[in-house]
Design a protein around this ligand. Structure first.
Ligand code: NAD
Length: 502
């Protein structure tokens, strides 16, 4: 037991799983009903214990056809004929049902994903409800979204999401698509399908017309069949840059409208005049929230040379107080790594960090016997050419670099193929605004980090993708109008630029 934890020993406080009413196996949710998939089924497991939770169907090509056909029928016959106000009523109903079943959803999310229950309970699920409430409000106001008069829905949206925020990413995709009048076929990640399937039950409870949302499960092959299906009009993908690039290639010239939310390697910049207590908490929240499985995580700490030692010492002291363990325990700060494959990737990149000459420090945590775990880790003596400073680790690993002047901070922060997010810590308002203006990142947080709001657009530059989710900007991805078409943003997909700001 680490020295600091001995005095702060908490009794176990696990959230009960009795609230869950899980099935032994789940089919595909197509046309308002569950039906078996024709691919080979697979188990979804708890990453904290490796115990099986449920058996999950795989959608093959015939199932993807069924799902897209159901979405097309629902689009033509029902959803596109409803008024915006009526679409909004369904979205409000879904939002309220998410709130009613919030505890159940939070427990299921922590069980399937491995994230601490305090995060799924206090962050993920409340934001899911907020996203549906927010876009419910837009459904009858599309004329005022800044896209010109009479914006029109696109048709059927194919959506593929990752495993780090399973239900939240689903909400980011489904809420704006439905508000704008589209129907949806969505595929959750293969390691975290559970909350999407519980969400399907919520759609039944909400009496959403059959086929408006179809949820199909499976791995990358199913995702590829979905995004390449000839009868979808829109593709929205969140995941790795490699897969995003493949989708950009395969959909190019197809006329499908495409948005890509990809990886990141955010700089969190700490100046010597920063409010230091808050900055330490912000750095911890920036990279250790959700085990660092966050596309916009502050994985590169850029700290001004004269306060570097102080910041690193304080960080180590703070990390030594974090509790790693059972994701369902209300006192847990660091949960399980989502999968064995992800754990191996984190280990591999961390070993490479050491081999390349960076200095590794790891918090002294007790690691549970079963499951996938990685203790919070800091690398110092990192240079901008090190792989841990360039590649997305997607785990609880922080690389510390230093700078002397604001110009050097900006140049190091922008020295990355990504451009999703950044953070600045300083008490000097004009310095903050001057630096923020020069960062090539879609989101810049000032004296805070990892704040999300449905009214605020989120998205990347360069290899972090294109398009925005959230706010009225997020509606543009699901609508077309004379104004959008004349600006060239109406339909077709663009190629993913490499290393070039858009
Ligand atoms: P991934 O790209 O491997 O998988 C994401 C999803 O794509 C999964 O559902 C997967 O089954 C599916 N998929 C895999 N191959 C496919 C293919 N050829 N065609 C279609 N679908 C395919 O990514 P991951 O490891 O699950 O997620 C982590 C990545 O997601 C990280 O890079 C992270 O930065 C990124 N991410 C980005 C954002 C954002 O908003 N920018 C948010 C969350 C995660």
């Amino acid at each position: 037991m680490p020295e600091t934890n001995r005095f702060l020993d908490y009794a176990p406080a696990p959230e009960s799983t009795a609230i869950l009413n899980l099935r032994e196996s789940y089919g595909l949710f197509i046309d308002g009903e569950f039906s078996d998939g024709h691919g080979e089924s697979f188990p979804t497991i708890s990453p904290a214990t490796e115990a099986k939770i449920a058996q999950i169907s795989t959608a093959d090509a015939s199932d993807v056809d069924r799902a897209v056909a159901a979405a097309r029928r629902a689009y033509t016959r029902t959803w596109s004929k409803l008024s915006g106000a009526d679409r909004g009523k369904y979205l409000f109903r879904i939002a309220r049902l998410v709130q009613e079943r919030a505890r159940e959803l939070a427990v299921a999310e922590s069980l399937d994903n491995g994230k601490p229950i305090k995060e799924s309970r206090d962050v993920d699920v409340p934001l899911v409800a907020a996203w549906f409430f927010y876009y419910a409000g837009w459904a009858d106001k599309l004329d005022y979204a800044g896209l010109g008069p009479n914006p029109r829905s696109l048709g059927v949206a194919a959506q593929v999401i990752p495993w780090n925020f399973p239900l939240l990413m689903l909400a980011w995709k489904i809420a704006p698509a439905l508000a704008a009048g589209n129907t949806v076929v969505i595929k959750p990640a293969e390691t975290t399908p559970l909350t999407a399937l519980i969400f399907a039950e919520i759609l039944q409870q909400a009496d959403l017309p059959a086929g408006v949302v179809n949820i199909i499960t499976g791995a990358g092959d199913t995702g590829s069949l979905l995004v390449n299906h000839p009868d979808v009009n829109k593709v929205a993908f969140t995941g790795s840059t490699a897969v995003g690039r493949a989708i950009a290639c395969s959909t190019a010239g197809s006329g499908k409208k495409l948005t890509l939310e990809l990886g990141g390697k955010a700089a969190n910049i700490v100046f010597d005049d920063a409010p230091m207590d808050q900055a330490i908490e912000g750095i911890v929240n920036g990279i250790f929230f959700n085990q660092g499985h966050v596309c916009c995580a502050g994985s590169r700490l850029l700290v001004q040379e004269n306060v570097k030692d102080e910041v690193v010492d304080r960080l180590k002291a703070r990390l030594s107080t974090l509790r790693l363990g059972d994701p369902l325990d209300k006192n847990t700060d660091i949960g399980a790594i989502n999968s064995r494959a992800q754990l191996e990737r984190i280990r591999e990149l961390s070993d490479i960090g050491e081999q390349e000459g960076a200095e590794r420090w790891t918090a002294d945590c007790e690691i549970p016997k079963n499951g996938f775990w990685f203790a919070p880790t800091i690398f110092t003596n990192v240079s901008t050419s090190h792989r841990i400073a360039r590649e997305e680790v997607f785990g609880p690993v922080l690389s510390v670099l230093s700078f002397r002047t604001p110009a050097e901070a900006i140049s190091k922060a922008n020295n990355t193929p990504y451009g999703l997010s950044a953070g600045i810590w300083s008490s000097n308002g004009s310095r903050v605004l001057g630096v923020a203006d020069k960062l090539r990142a879609g989101v810049v947080w000032i004296n805070t980090f990892n704040q999300f709001d449905p009214a605020s657009p989120f998205g990347g530059y360069k290899e972090s993708g294109y398009g925005r989710e959230g706010g009225r900007h997020g509606l543009a991805a699901y609508l077309t109008s004379a104004a959008l078409e004349s600006s060239g943003r109406g339909s077709s997909s663009a190629a993913l630029t490499t290393g070039v700001s858009k």
